[in-house]
Ligand binder design. Structure first.
Ligand code: PMP
Length: 410
């Protein structure tokens, strides 16, 4: 009998080797165990840490109104729905949430998937296929790239935020009558920079391409209604497919698409990742609904502003200490903005992990982003603020991060 080489060949994988080398030296920055709710201070493995590694931008994860939304749904519907949306897994809260999202985005319709990852996977693979072309930013999220691969469409990449290169790709002729879909993130989760959506939308319109924007990290923060970067750039109505996750600012789990009724009905019958998976648990849907309502309220506006003020404080404090932090992003009406994600550029993977460990030991929890999440030699420490961080917490984090990174470079 011939022996399979399946497991054997994994041993040469570069990423496994790196993972092991680091685990044996400084300890890995991943899979750490959180022992309390996501909040500005979190208990991790027996000690308090200032949490700068979560996507809880508005600080809603432990908010009483969101907890109540989850609790009420749990009390009414129990722990699980035990079925797909198609069969027995739709509860009235799903429909309420979808109606709320559509009204918020001012679109004809919206649908909620179980996770953001599945939203991208299911949507992209349902709307484009063989004969079509999908054009994605090189830094687009893994769920977008995986959705593209699954679709069977001709996949093209353009350099991150390079609109001239995007236009060149759009000029390339496509055989037959296939459609072209351009997909970008509104706010990129590694560098913390915004997509130049005004220019991207204009290029798409010039070439008859549809546009999909993933607002996973920008929902709740940008735009007067806080629907994201497309709204900030005034191109929300020109965006054909508006996607966001419910797991970051809304502090639940799930994802959604907002758009035209034709688009949404097509997903209802064609998106495998919508049809053939169990729908979100009631507590997640109840939490999402409460969070969306809060984000739309005056309190939501105040929290969004506070998140940006906190980001400015963190970024400026680190820049002032001489650290190489992420650039500001240009705004449509001129000027520049911070985003709730501040990257500190380190370069070398092992150096970044060593710094991560020192920060962890000194009570600051960050995220180490290494290749392939970032380009080779582009390792960075990613810091995410919450609206609920206090000035004292941010000042302490600035002091510790500045000392650690400066000493490591000396
Ligand atoms: N899109 C982007 C840009 C993301 O960063 C993420 C999550 N990291 C997702 C989609 C997937 O969302 P979820 O975590 O809700 O599955």
């Amino acid at each position: 009998m011939a022996e399979s080489n399946l497991i054997q060949r994994l041993s040469g994988d570069e990423r496994i080797e790196l993972f092991r080398a680091v685990r044996e030296s400084v300890g890995i920055p991943y899979f750490r165990v959180m022992e309390s709710a996501t909040a500005p201070i979190v208990q991790v493995e027996g000690a308090d840490k200032i949490m700068l590694g979560s996507n809880n931008y508005l600080g809603l994860a432990d908010h009483p109104a969101i907890r109540k939304g989850a609790q009420d749904a749990l009390d009414r519907f129990g722990a699980a729905v035990t079925g797909s949306r198609l069969l027995n897994g739709t509860i009235d809260l799903h429909l309420e949430l979808e109606a709320e999202i559509a009204a918020w985005h001012d679109t004809e319709d919206a649908i909620v998937f179980t996770t953001g990852y599945q939203t991208n996977l299911g949507t992209i693979s349902a709307v484009v296929g063989p004969g079509d072309r999908v054009v994605v930013d090189a830094a687009a999220h893994a769920s977008i790239r995986d959705g593209c691969s699954l679709s069977g469409a001709d996949v093209r990449r353009f350099a991150h935020n390079d609109v001239a290169e995007l236009e060149k790709v759009l000029q390339e002729p496509l055989d037959g009558d296939g459609a072209v879909l351009v997909i970008v993130d509104g706010l990129y989760s590694m560098e913390g920079d915004l997509a130049p959506l005004g220019a991207i939308s204009a290029v798409c319109q010039r070439h008859g391409a549809a546009l999909m924007v993933d607002e996973a990290h920008s929902l709740g923060v940008f735009g007067a209604r806080r629907t994201g970067v497309a709204e900030l750039f005034g191109i929300d109505t020109a965006t054909d497919i508006r996607m966001a996750s419910l797991s970051k600012s809304p502090s639940s789990t799930g994802g959604f698409i907002a758009g035209s009724r034709d688009l949404l009905d097509s997903l209802r019958v064609n998106a495998s990742a919508f049809l053939f998976t169990t729908s979100g648990v009631p507590a997640a849907i109840g939490a999402s609904l409460a969070a969306v309502r809060l984000i739309r309220s005056e309190e939501g506006a105040q929290r969004a502003q506070r998140a940006l003020d906190n980001a400015a404080m963190l970024r400026n404090g680190l820049a002032h200490s001489g650290l190489d932090v992420s650039a500001l992003s240009p705004l449509p009406a001129g000027g520049e903005t911070v985003t709730p994600i501040v990257a500190v550029h380190i370069g070398d993977d092992l150096a970044a992990m060593d710094m991560w460990r020192q920060l962890f030991d000194r009570g600051v929890f960050t995220s180490a982003a290494l290749y392939p999440a970032v380009p080779r030699s582009g390792a960075l420490l990613r810091l995410c603020v919450m609206a609920s961080h206090t000035d004292a917490q941010l000042n302490r984090a600035i002091e510790v991060i500045a000392e650690t990174v400066t000493q490591a470079a000396a």
